[in-house]
Design a protein around this ligand. Structure first.
Ligand code: ADP
Length: 880
């Protein structure tokens, strides 16, 4: 409990003692000093303050009134003690400001009242003090709030705040420290300091022992009050920091703006330590709140100012005309573009000036009505009207207006913009007239297109149809072609909107035309009488054109030339109104005519249709040719079958006769050999015994007989060889041609030597063959090569070449050669090219060769030129 510091002004020793006794007896928490004169009291009060002064009224050097003013000036409560009967003095003292009084009675009963009186006086003082503070604080805050409302300049408000607070607190320095956002420091933005102490205004101060947690405390609005720097529990660095500014006591209140510490409101006491009262703290706290509000307000004002600034800059620089009106419909603002456009001033335009002076007379009523109607219902509007430009020209504007509302939702008028749409309007006008023309053109074109499209569709369908037809016709068998053409005539006629169609074919002699296929939608074909064997003259006027492969179209019978009179009559008789004749061409010649006719109405066949019908004609003629071809092939096949049969019969006959012949030859030669041998033997005996004994003639005859019988023997021998070849069964075995050749050459060694022949042979293969017959083959060919030699010694070369599955063997000589026309003939039996006297022989050798080769499944032929030698080739199947 705090002791009450009392100054007792009393010159009566007994009263002094009585006071002393009372304090002790009652154990009052009084700490008191006693002076016994006014003079000494004055001195005491000059340098020391007390919670309460109790003063006797009459003193040796004056009375309590002499000192009352001085005491009250320090706000110290005073109790005046007077003697009994001096109540008037007491009342006067109270009026002058004393808190209470005590009447000293001789028994000193007043002392009993003293503690209560002291206590009441102190309470009263406290109450008064509080009131005074509250008044002061209210006054200060009211002043500041007023300043905040009146002044939108933050700087002014902050300046006033520190000045007033410094005065109010009687602090040595009050400053506003704006914190850097990162925390550790800030800047002194406002300061009010008693002269003599360091000025910190404008300084950037960094707190060397700043800790992040302070920021959080400031954010929460925590206040920091230090009564005595030296005694406080502070970090040494902080004490050092504050000492720099002469601080002995300080009070720090954060200013929070938008939930962040913006800065600190700081009071410094430099002269002495200072116990900050809760009033002071509270005051500073409230002030800080007010400053927070001021900051927020200033920010808003700044934002508003900026936005207005922005709006005006934007509006003035906007290429569109901008206007604004208030809640009374009257226009209050026009941007620079508007004023430039109309060439008038803001004042002239305000209110309804813009409409009355600028809007075209014809648009005025509509313009005002649209604006007023929209305005009354607070709706957005858009309208077009003409406004006079500075050069007097009326321009079309498209004006848009929207209602404006303030933040609190209250209606504030309209804002709108206008754009010059004169060019667009004019373009629209031109466009409208173009559009009208265009629409008309489109209508016409559409009609044409519809017609063209119908044609196109029909042509497309016809194309597809023809494609299908050609596919279909490719697959038709010969006996289906006629039916196919009949059907196609119908389909094509229907698609080309023809009532009849007909295919005429030219007769083989080209003299007449006959209808081979036709279709009639009304089944009246019988009414078209002349459709078989019409002479080409019937088409006299057009036939030459058709022969030039040109189609003929007659869209109206009246157009027919006079020479077609008969034709015309016939067509009229068949109710035909128009027709188209397409030439049908085969292998560059006119094959027939494809005719299309209409009965119901006259028709013009389009070029496309004609082109496609020409294709149809091609399809038909191809099919007919194919049909014709197939018929011919069938006929040929039938004939061939007969021939084959005949041939087979003839072959069988031949085989039989060959067989018979071979049999006959064998029998004949075999049976002839015996009598011939006899003739030969007896001729030899005759020559031996009687040569030279008869006359020369007889000798000559003998020679003839001998020679003839030798030849006869040779002939029979060869014939027998030949006939044997056909008779016996051919037995094949692996046959080494090289060995066979060796044997043959050895057999022919005498002749080879005599002729000085040179024979060269490749290595020859082994084949499946009959060795005897192959030996015979080589023997015949090589002996011929030796026999039919030229003047130079024979050179014979034998080669073998494997060709796929057979061997090709060649025997080449450098003999007399053979004329090309005989190369076949010499393989026939008894065929010789020379007189017997020049080259001996029977003409059977090569026939034997051919028979051997053919029996082995091969062929034999030769290549030769007279005097250039001959090469005989034969093939034999390769073994395996
Ligand atoms: P020939 O008994 O006459 O030799 P071939 O049947 O062997 O009968 O031959 C028939 C004819 O073919 C011969 O008379 C001859 O005119 C001709 N001839 C055959 N071989 C040759 C050859 N190497 N050179 C030229 N002529 C030949």
């Amino acid at each position: 409990m705090n002791r009450i510091k009392i100054l007792l002004i009393e010159d009566d020793k007994i009263d002094q003692m009585a006071f002393n006794r009372l304090v002790k007896k009652e154990n009052l928490a009084y700490e008191y000093q006693v002076v016994n004169s006014i003079e000494s009291a004055k001195k005491k009060l000059d340098y020391e303050s007390f919670d309460l002064v109790i003063s006797d009224f009459f003193l040796g050097d004056g009375n309590a009134f002499d000192i009352l003013e001085q005491i009250l000036a320090t706000n110290t409560p005073v109790i005046i003690a007077t003697g009994s009967g001096d109540e008037e003095i007491a009342v006067k003292a109270m009026k002058l400001g004393a808190y209470d009084y005590l009447i000293k009675d001789p028994e000193r009963h007043y002392l009993k009242l003293l503690p209560v009186t002291v206590s009441n006086a102190l309470k009263q003082k406290q109450a008064e003090e509080k009131l005074r503070w509250q008044n002061l604080r209210s006054q200060l805050l009211a002043e500041l709030a007023l300043k905040i409302r009146q002044s939108l300049r933050l700087e002014e408000i902050l300046k006033a705040a520190v000045t007033e607070v410094q005065k109010f607190l009687r602090a040595d320095r009050v400053l506003l420290f704006q914190l850097h956002s990162h925390g550790s420091g800030g800047k002194v933005v406002q300061e009010s300091v008693v002269p003599g102490w360091p000025v910190t205004l404008g300084q950037n101060i960094v707190d060397p022992c700043f800790q992040a947690r302070y920021m959080e405390r400031y954010r929460q609005g925590q206040i920091r009050a230090i009564a005595d720097l030296e005694q406080a529990d502070l970090q040494p660095c902080y004490i050092e920091f504050l000492r720099r500014f002469g601080v002995k006591a300080n009070l720090i209140v954060p200013i929070v703006h938008q939930e962040e510490p913006w800065g600190l409101l700081i009071a410094h006491q430099c002269t002495s330590v200072r116990q900050w009262s809760s009033f002071e703290i509270d005051l500073l706290q409230q002030l800080a709140n007010q400053l927070g509000i001021a900051l927020a307000q200033s920010q808003l004002v700044e934002a508003l100012r900026e936005s207005e600034e922005r709006f005006r800059t934007m509006a003035d620089s906007a290429p569109v005309l901008i206007w604004m009106s208030g809640i009374d419909k009257l226009c209050t603002y026009f941007n620079q573009s508007w004023l430039d456009f109309t060439g008038r001033t803001m004042e002239q335009e305000r209110g309804y000036g813009w409409a009355e002076q600028g809007v075209h007379q014809s648009d005025f009523q509509h313009c005002l009505e649209t604006y007023t109607t929209a305005f009354n219902s607070r709706r957005r509007f858009q309208m077009e009207y003409r406004l006079r430009r500075h050069d007097g020209q009326y321009r079309w504007l498209l004006s848009t207006g929207v209602p404006r509302f303030l933040a609190d939702g209250s209606f504030a008028g309209y804002i709108g913009s206008c754009v010059d749409i004169t060019e667009r309007k004019e373009a629209e006008k031109v466009l409208r007239s173009i559009n009208t023309d265009l629409e008309q053109q489109v209508e016409e074109r559409t009609a044409a297109l519809v017609a063209a499209n119908t044609d196109l569709q029909r042509r497309n369908i016809l194309q597809i149809l023809l494609l299908q037809l050609s596919n279909q016709f490719i697959n038709l068998k010969a006996d289906e072609v006629d039916q196919g053409i009949d059907q196609a005539l119908q389909t094509i006629a229907e698609f080309t909107l023809s009532d009849r169609s007909c295919l005429f074919q030219l007769s083989a002699d080209g003299a007449t035309l006959s209808c081979t296929h036709s279709w009639d939608s009304h089944k009246t074909a019988s009414e078209f009488p002349k459709n078989q064997n019409l002479p080409v003259d019937y088409f006299c006027w057009s036939f030459s054109q058709l022969e030039r492969f040109e189609p003929i179209q007659v869209s109206c019978l009246a157009k027919l030339p006079p020479e077609a009179e008969q034709f015309k009559v016939d067509l009229e008789g068949s109710s035909i109104k128009s027709f188209l004749l397409i030439p049908v061409i085969s292998f560059g010649k006119l094959f027939g005519i494809l005719g299309f006719y209409t009965v119901q109405a006259e028709k013009v066949w389009t070029e496309d249709e004609i082109a496609l019908l020409l294709i149809a004609a091609d399809i038909f003629v191809n099919a007919l040719n194919r049909q014709h071809g197939e018929q011919l092939i069938n006929q040929a096949n039938a004939e061939l079958a007969i021939r084959v049969q005949e041939l087979n019969q003839a072959n069988a006959e031949l085989d039989r006769s060959n067989h018979e012949l071979e049999h006959f030859a064998y029998i004949a030669s075999h049976d002839l050999r015996e009598p011939l041998r006899k003739i030969k033997s007896f001729t030899d005996l005759l020559v031996e015994d009687y040569r030279g004994q008869l006359d020369a003639q007889a000798d000559k005859y003998l020679d003839y007989i001998s020679d003839g019988s030798v030849r006869m023997q040779n002939l029979i021998k060869d014939l027998l060889t030949y006939s044997r070849l056909g008779r016996s069964e051919l037995i094949l075995e692996p046959t080494d041609l090289g060995k066979i050749l060796e044997q043959v050459l050895s057999d022919l060694s005498v002749a080879i030597e005599e002729n000085k022949a040179e024979i060269v042979a490749d290595s020859l293969p082994t084949i499946q063959a009959n060795p005897q017959q192959i030996a015979q083959l080589f023997q015949n060919l090589i002996s011929n090569a030796l026999k039919f030699r030229s003047d130079v010694p024979p050179q014979i070369r034998i080669e073998a070449q494997l060709q796929q599955s057979e061997w090709l063997i060649s025997i080449r000589d450098n003999g007399i050669g053979i004329k090309p026309q005989y190369t076949e003939r010499i393989f026939e039996i008894f065929q010789r090219l020379h007189a017997r006297e020049k080259y001996s022989g029977t003409g059977i050798g090569l026939a034997v060769c051919r028979k051997i080769v053919e029996r082995h499944g091969g062929r034999i032929w030769l290549e030769s030129e007279p005097t250039q030698g001959s090469t005989f080739y034969f093939t034999v199947p390769a073994a395996g």
